[in-house]
Design a protein around this ligand. Structure first.
Ligand SMILES: [Zn+2]
Length: 304
């Protein structure tokens, strides 16, 4: 593949805050890899702009009053549409009918496919997930709708067994809750899986919800464990990243960076881009700018 390729690592609920005791990112040991690569902890004010590495805070509030939430934030990330402005409010958790219309019309998978690119959702979907959906015990996430509306197949048990899928908790330890008993995957192995899937597609998405859960729990020990796991995952993806693949890491809203409250925050979220296209993301200032940028970079290249 001669065209640019992207891995989008979505982290739910990671914002950038000041150096204060309720912020797990202030501990230098919490994210050893990112600290080394970025030259400091993930705090507001951190700004890195080198040819292969970009780090900057981006806006998740999108001009709409109230605390940013997951359904509108993820829709904004994956479509480029100002979903909270469209609805008139920030919407929590799952995508309702009108957000679905935005995802269906402007989802990044559909847009990349229309350009002739190949896309994949790298998350593992265990059978119990679809049973829960069928029994109306669960509703589709934005990322699930993104794949569904684009006709992108889900990675199922066979893929997971073959090392070609990652569970949303990185290690798969929470698969027990879904009735799946499998050995845990190390973050190094998960990173290798993600890098490998990224090499095979123009756009590969992985969604990790751990930071948002940790933030809502307001538990510093849990938060430190989660951000260390994410740091190890990113380290492994970067170690296994093909030279033509660019890794993009971002979030839908703040949460884990301020454990003094159990709700989301108004803070900006990080945009970390590592790889050949890093510099191109310098003019990404809000979570709505990421999908248009990916589509722009994919569309200037012809797919071999
Ligand atoms: Zn949340």
């Amino acid at each position: 593949m001669a065209s640019p390729q992207f891995i989008f690592l979505f982290l739910d609920g990671v914002g950038l805050a000041e150096d204060c005791s309720s912020n797990p990112f202030i501990s230098a040991d919490a994210t050893p890899f990112l600290n080394q690569v970025l030259g400091g902890p993930l705090l507001s004010g951190l700004w890195v702009d080198t040819p292969k590495i970009l780090f900057q805070p981006i806006d998740a509030r999108l001009g709409v009053p109230g605390l940013p939430q997951s359904a509108t934030g993820q829709t904004a990330l994956y479509t480029g549409c100002n979903a909270p402005a469209f609805l008139g409010r920030h919407l929590t958790a799952f995508a309702n009918g009108s957000l679905r219309s935005l995802i269906n019309a402007s989802g990044m998978f559909k847009q990349a496919l229309a350009l002739g690119g190949s896309v994949t959702h790298t998350n593992f979907y265990p059978p119990a997930y679809f049973e829960a959906i069928a029994q109306r015990r669960a509703r589709y996430s934005v990322g699930t709708l993104l794949a569904l509306t684009a006709g992108v197949p889900f990675r199922m048990s066979k893929n997971y067994a073959q090392g070609e899928a990652i569970y949303w908790d990185i290690t798969g330890e929470r698969l027990k809750d879904r009735g799946v008993e499998v050995p845990a995957v190390t973050p190094q192995e998960a990173g290798q899986r993600l890098a490998s899937l990224g090499t095979q597609h123009h756009l590969a998405l992985f969604e990790c919800y751990l930071p948002d859960y940790a933030g809502h729990h307001q538990d510093m020990a849990q938060a430190l464990q989660v951000i260390a796991l994410v740091d190890a995952l990113i380290e492994s993806v970067v170690a296994h990243l093909s030279s033509q693949v660019t890794l993009i890491v971002s979030s839908d809203h703040g949460n884990i960076e301020d454990l003094s409250s159990k709700s989301h925050t108004l803070n900006p979220v990080p945009l970390l881009v590592i790889g050949p296209e890093a510099t191109a993301f310098k003019n990404v200032h809000a979570i709505t700018d990421i999908t248009p940028k990916i589509v722009e970079l994919l569309s200037v290249e012809s797919f071999a």
